[in-house]
Design a protein around this ligand. Structure first.
Ligand code: ARG
Length: 577
């Protein structure tokens, strides 16, 4: 099954060729939803020029030659040269029924690609911040969507687990003892641990000296130091996993592929880049200069490959990620779901990898740019006291807000059900807010707005599903089994059916463009279309049994589409709300 607009496109193309001959083959008529009909064809303007004819004549020729079989009930010229097309009710109804009986709801399976996705990437012994929250949520939605489209997704959690701070962190761990409360705090409040280590480093010359010596030992692979580093890593894993399970994110320990996993590759990469003449020595460091990458006063910006102290930079590790994902994981397409501020860094990494032959033309590599999460003052989100936000607190707060709402709205529900609804709604609200704005724009973190039951929010969509579920509970029917024929007569029914049929196209687009917000926009429109349908068209109290059954099928398809769509975004849907 195809979306109505996509189904119509070939018919319009054939009409153009039939009317004007081979000359216009390949002309791409723009079809888009219209206020006056279901779609408007916008081909005439551009073609009129090319053919030296009046736009309205061209439009008329399309109408005359349009052979769309059962698909179209009316086509007419409108305005300066548009063609307004109305889909046939019977065709729409058939397609909607086909969607309802299709387990994939009209989402086609695509030619399988191997797609590593780099997302989340928090740092060991550090608090995850709202920036990590957003890459985690968006990355996970993309992973779910691409998997659903039939691809082999390989999650790559590029955890920050290496580098100079680990000297100080390991030394602090050694001092407090691995089994102490001070160490265990990493599992719940890693910042407390980090700050304590930092404090010692800044105030004690002796500690700082030991911390520096510790870095050298770590890099030299000293077994005891590595063991302590591993202990710290394990404590952090507990913390990450707590956040992931709270969020309902699909990342597991098997997806951890932190910076340290590339340690053994870095020396070889440096050598290779040098041998290939890509990297050069500059004031003791090994760097890559790339044409076109310049900073202030046109000064070339280097990508640091090896620092003058022999340490490897963030850039080297990222070149290693590209190489690994292409050569070992056999990637066809690679996504880096990372902050927008790292755009230049990534472009230099890609370009370096291309030149070195690590990234062949056939592999597509893409930066899914993540914008910032801001406070109400439009600055990076902080607590009122100015301290960085604790992510788990933020999530707890969202769930508490949702709990207060549900306690007020549904006091009759059992306590544990209310707790479960509050969890789904609170977490769903935060996730949906992250997903519903385009990933590269900044947005203001505002719990009240996220949790609102109106507007393009998670709770609004969850509520829409709960409302439909209650219709089926009342009727005593399983929505999965509802497959009575659909008859479209009322405008509300038609509009709903048309919207439902766009689902497959939208999901494909989200996968292609890496833009989950398009699915949010779609689901919001679907919920609105359902709302108007439900206002105009009684379902359980419909005039006759055939209409009642038909409307129940539309309700069932709407429910399944909303639930499936939200699931692709990683948002759960409660039975009641
Ligand atoms: N750990 C880094 C941070 O917290 C993000 C790493 C992103 N991924 C990457 N391949 N560079 O800022």
């Amino acid at each position: 099954m195809v979306a109505p607009i996509d189904a119509l496109t070939p018919a319009v193309q054939s009409a153009l060729v039939a009317a004007f001959g081979e000359e216009v083959r390949g002309a791409d008529p723009v079809l888009r939803p219209s206020q006056f009909a279901d779609v408007q064809v916008n081909a005439a303007m551009a073609l009129a020029k090319k053919l030296g004819r009046k736009p309205r004549d061209v439009a008329q020729a399309i109408v005359d030659h349009l052979d769309a079989g059962e698909l179209v009930s009316a086509a007419e010229v409108a305005g300066p040269g548009f063609v307004n097309i109305t889909f046939a009710d019977g065709w729409l109804a058939e397609q909607a029924l086909a969607a309802q009986t299709d387990p994939r709801l009209g989402v086609a399976t695509q030619q399988r690609q191997v797609i590593p996705i780099d997302y989340s990437a928090p740092n060991v012994a550090k608090e995850m911040h709202v920036g990590h929250l957003r890459t985690t949520i968006i990355g996970d939605a993309l992973a779910r969507t691409l998997e659903h489209l039939g691809h082999h997704v390989i999650r790559q959690n590029h955890v920050g687990d290496w580098g100079t701070p680990f000297g100080m962190l390991v030394e602090h761990l050694l001092e407090v003892g691995e089994d102490s409360d001070e160490a265990r705090v990493v599992q719940t409040d890693p910042n407390a641990f980090y700050q304590a280590a930092r404090q010692k480093f800044d105030s004690s010359e002796d500690f700082a000296t030991r911390a520096r010596a510790r870095v050298v030992k770590l890099q030299a692979g000293d077994p005891e130091t590595l063991r302590l580093w591993g202990a710290l890593y394990d404590l952090s894993k507990t913390y990450f996993n707590k956040v992931y399970s709270t969020l309902g994110v699909t990342l597991t320990d098997a997806d951890l592929a932190g910076e340290s996993t590339y340690n053994d590759d870095l020396a070889g990469i440096c050598k290779d880049l040098e041998a290939k003449g890509i990297a050069t020595h500059d004031e003791g460091a090994l760097v890559v200069f790339l044409p076109g990458f310049t900073g202030r006063e046109d000064k070339p910006v280097p990508l640091f490959i090896r620092k003058s102290d022999g340490g490897y930079g963030y850039g080297t590790t990222d070149v290693a990620t590209v190489k690994h994902r292409v050569e070992d994981l056999h990637a066809d397409r690679i996504l880096y779901v990372i902050g927008v501020t790292q755009s230049l860094h990534l472009q230099m990494v890609y370009e370096t990898a291309r030149r070195a032959g690590y990234l062949p033309e056939r592999v597509e590599v893409e930066h899914v740019k993540i914008g910032s999460v801001l406070g109400e003052d439009r600055k990076i989100l902080k607590t009122r006291s100015g301290a960085p936000l604790r992510l788990m607190h933020l999530l707890d707060e969202a769930v508490q807000h949702a709990r207060a709402y549900i306690d007020g709205a549904r006091p009759e529900l059992p306590e544990d059900e209310r707790a479960e609804i509050a969890r789904m709604v609170g977490i769903g609200a935060v996730k949906y807010a992250d997903l519903s704005v385009s990933h590269d724009s900044d947005y203001v973190f505002d719990l009240d707005r996220m949790l609102a039951l109106t507007g393009n929010t998670g709770p609004y969509l969850q509520y829409a599903t709960a409302r439909i579920r209650s219709i089926f509970r009342t009727a005593g029917i399983d929505p999965e089994q509802q497959d009575a024929p659909i008859v479209l007569t009322e405008p509300g029914e038609r509009e709903l059916a048309l919207t439902l049929l766009d689902f497959g196209g939208v999901v494909a687009q989200v996968g292609q463009l890496s833009e989950p917000h398009r699915l949010c926009t779609y689901l919001f429109e679907l919920a609105q279309a359902f709302s108007s349908f439900y206002e105009q068209c009684p379902v359980l109290k419909a005039d006759d049994e055939q209409t009642r059954q038909s409307r129940l099928t539309l309700c069932a398809l709407t429910l399944r589409t909303l639930v499936q769509g939200l699931d692709l975004l990683g948002v759960e849907t409660p039975e009641r709300m």
